[in-house]
Design a binder for this molecule. Structure first.
Ligand code: ADP
Ligand code: MG
Length: 552
């Protein structure tokens, strides 16, 4: 019995793009299908360790070109699809990355296709028709999915017994006008080159039968086309920037180069390799609740988990990447993994490593650091504030501010290094922008004294500083708040006398303002401005404003 279904709208859009693609890098379809095969084997292998219904196997991926039928088949013995999964995974774009890709495509050039995991649908760049034969260990029946990449697809039941998936591509006719030769994907030579180029690090053998005989006598032999060494297991010095960047883009669905790559091998009490990336820009959903932090977890090159949250702290949640450890037992469940001591130890190492790499970047590649900081400063600042400042020592040297005297960023340490000996505090002022802070009446005296003031323009800033409290035992002091102790002593004396002389007028003003203010005082903190509002020692005016604007 055959069922025909329509693709979801987004899928239709993407398919249309694929089938009408004038894009030159069509060859990436092979990388996409092989990476899906490898993911499917990962899933089956992991499930075979935890679910008695799933049997393990000798895992392999096969390429089967057939010149007579003009088909290329990619076969794996991975987890396969149930009927629902065929509908869910091949009929709609479920994967968030692909949605992001489509959104981006509407604005940008189709060129970015090559840098993006567009997945299964890329098969339609080279095929008139695609058939998927599959069997899941969870369903009795096997299924055949088939489509010509237009608006609908069909699903039929089959008697397939072997668990896994076989994808048959009916290659387009060669297009003489556009000089496109699709039959090249039936040549062993082309397939070998493409596997070397894109899929060499896939951890399961990608096999093909090769004729080692001659025209008269065929002698077919199995050949494995990939080296199977995952990129993170290779020598750092032997990996080119391009390879690393391609791996990152493909594995973590980004179309931009990573801002920073951290590749580290640790041996000893704890043995693991970590390959971490800082994306150039926050993921499109980074600031939404949907964003899931985490690192991929492998044990001796075998995939265990896609997003292990315990490996990365919230204040570094922008980091993507993977950890491969030989100290993790393979057949441990995800629940147990959470309490696993090794995972905790690795996480603690990684936190320190990320911190020190960022500090090095700040020291040696300031421009890159500033890019990083502008992308993720709120995450770092919130991390300082979070959990009563538990992580402040890790983060405080990564924080920077612009100041009243410079448009360059300054760390707390740099600020202290250049402040005059006599200055007893780190001054800051809060406002919407640099200009609005510079216009504050309270800045008059700071300008006059030539004192440098940190500009707090993000809402989180003051909250964070309350938690930090001091840096190297030097307290933070708001120029908008409390006693103006930055005014020098002779002026203070002067003020006392003047206050006595003007007692009556001050009283009169206070009476006129009634309970709108707590007190009216003369001040030496002003120069060009006649009056200013100052808040007491508790909450600052800016913090009060923020708290008031927050929903209860
Ligand atoms: P992505 O791999 O980024 O999730 P794809 O379009 O490549 O997106 O694949 C869509 C989904 O189809 C996959 O997430 C997976 O669930 C399923 N899938 C694709 N190929 C296979 C396969 N060979 N075996 C089992 N499932 C597969
Ligand atoms: Mg994929």
């Amino acid at each position: 019995m055959s069922k025909t279904k329509k693709f979801k709208t987004e899928s239709q859009k993407l398919l249309h793009l694929m089938t009408h693609s004038i894009y030159t890098q069509k060859e990436i379809f092979l990388r996409e299908l092989i990476s899906n095969a490898s993911d499917a084997i990962d899933k089956r292998h992991y499930m075979s360790l935890t679910d008695p219904k799933v049997e393990s196997d000798t895992y392999e991926i096969w390429l089967e070109p057939n010149k007579e039928n003009r088909t290329l088949t990619i076969r794996d013995n991975g987890i396969g699809f149930s009927e629902e999964e065929l509908i869910e995974n091949l009929g709609t774009i479920a994967q968030s990355g692909s949605k992001q890709f489509l959104e981006k495509l509407e604005k940008e050039d189709v060129e970015i296709i090559g840098q993006f995991g567009v997945g299964f649908y890329s098969a339609f760049m080279v095929s008139d028709k695609v058939e998927v034969y599959t069997k899941s260990p969870f369903s009795e029946k096997g299924y055949k999915w088939s489509s010509n990449g237009e608006s609908s697809y069909t699903i039929d039941e089959t008697d397939e017994k072997e668990v896994g998936t076989k994808i048959v591509l009916y290659l387009h006719k060669d297009d003489k006008e556009n000089d496109e030769d699709f039959s090249t994907y039936l040549e062993t030579y082309t397939l070998k080159t493409l596997i070397k180029k894109y899929s060499d690090y896939v951890r399961y053998p990608i096999n093909i039968m090769v004729n080692h005989g001659d025209d008269k006598k065929e002698k077919l032999e199995k050949e494995t086309l990939n080296q199977m060494i995952p990129i993170w297991k290779r020598q750092k010095s032997e990996i080119t920037d391009e390879e690393m960047s391609d791996f990152y883009k493909h594995q973590f669905n980004d179309y931009e180069e990573p801002l920073k790559v951290i590749h580290t091998k640790v041996e000893g009490m704890l043995t693991y390799t970590a390959l971490l990336f800082i994306p150039s820009k926050p993921a499109y959903d980074f600031y939404s609740e949907k964003y899931e932090k985490g690192l991929q977890l492998y044990s001796k090159g075998v995939f265990i988990q896609d997003k292990n949250k315990d490996l990365i702290p919230d204040h570094f949640k922008f980091v993507k990447g993977l950890v491969d450890s030989s100290d993790l037992s393979l057949n441990i469940s995800r629940e147990l993994l959470q309490q696993n001591r090794q995972v905790k130890n690795i996480a603690a190492h990684l936190e320190k490593k990320i911190k020190s790499e960022l500090e090095l970047m700040l020291k040696n590649e300031r421009e890159t650091y500033i890019k990083f900081y502008e992308a993720y400063k709120n995450t770092l600042k919130y991390g300082m504030y979070d959990q009563f400042g538990m992580h402040k020592d890790i983060l405080k040297d990564l924080i920077m501010f612009k100041t009243s005297q410079s448009d360059e960023y300054t760390t707390f340490k740099e600020y202290l290094d250049r402040k005059p000996e006599s200055q007893k505090a780190i001054y800051f002022a809060t406002g919407k922008s640099k200009q609005s802070i510079l216009n504050l009446p309270q800045m008059d005296v700071m300008k006059e004294n030539g004192s440098e003031v940190l500009l707090f323009t993000d809402e989180i800033d003051e909250f964070m500083i309350q938690v930090l409290n001091n840096y190297d035992e030097v307290p933070f002091k708001s120029v908008q708040q409390g006693e103006a102790d930055f005014v020098d002593d002779s002026k203070k004396e002067d003020l006392k006398t003047k206050e006595k002389e003007n007692k009556d007028i001050l009283k009169a003003i206070k009476k006129a303002l009634k309970d709108k203010v707590k007190d009216v005082k003369l001040t030496a903190r002003l120069k060009d401005s006649p009056v200013c509002l100052v808040s007491g020692e508790g909450l600052s005016l800016e913090m009060e404003k923020i708290l008031k604007s927050m929903p209860n």
